[in-house]
Write a protein that binds this ligand. Sequence first.
Ligand code: PXP
Length: 244
Amino acid sequence: MVKLGVNIDHVATVRQARLATEPDPIHAAVLAELGGADQITVHLREDRRHINDRDVRILRETIKTKLNLEMACTNEMVQIALEIKPDMVTLVPEKREELTTEGGLDVVNNFDHVAKAVKALNEAGIFVSLFIDPEYSQIEATKKTGAEAVEIHTGAYADTTGAEQRSELVRIISASEKTRELGLVLNSGHGLNYRNTAEIVAIPGMNEVNIGHSIIGRAIFVGLERAVSEMKELIHKALIDARV
Ligand code: PXP
């Protein structure tokens, strides 16, 4: 079964819209787990625009599944990860002006910097994944850093339709093959929703998808537990259909 990581950043975004204490992402994590989430994913951004240090600390203590901490590759964030010890760190690129993570981490051109962070995290026993575009050079560089997993950026696939989307899917499929060939764990995420996730989870060797926006958006109408369980059912059905 392909695992589902539920990204709960948007719950904190609503809280921060009023600089209030509700809705609490800690409650969201409980409901997501009741709905069948295999992992809770949060992005602690440098500007703390949604998830904050207190959230990560409490989630570490209360989550019953796994905590995946997405973060920029900075000294400050590495220090926080070393203290919190999430089950997994996903290193992502971060720009202050962006609405959400744009593009993958450029491991090729920032190799020494990324490799140093991976080493420090690995030495503390933290599993590290790098969020990268579906490009061979980035996958090969990821392997050389010592990271154990990649999260393939599915944003370009999610943002397109028709023939363009087909060709983005082909790119992701061949990047996935390369990932498995190199013995890296294969994760994916960004922009996935109830209409475009089936094709991604059907890719051989896919270990996990991380989904936020579409699940939290649906939760407004049907509740979070149900929104998560519907995504779990969709993944299950996609795997049966693909006979994986
Ligand atoms: N994976 C990574 C590395 C991300 O940065 C994000 C967005 O925070 C997601 C997955 C989830 O993307 P979305 O909210 O579009 O489902």
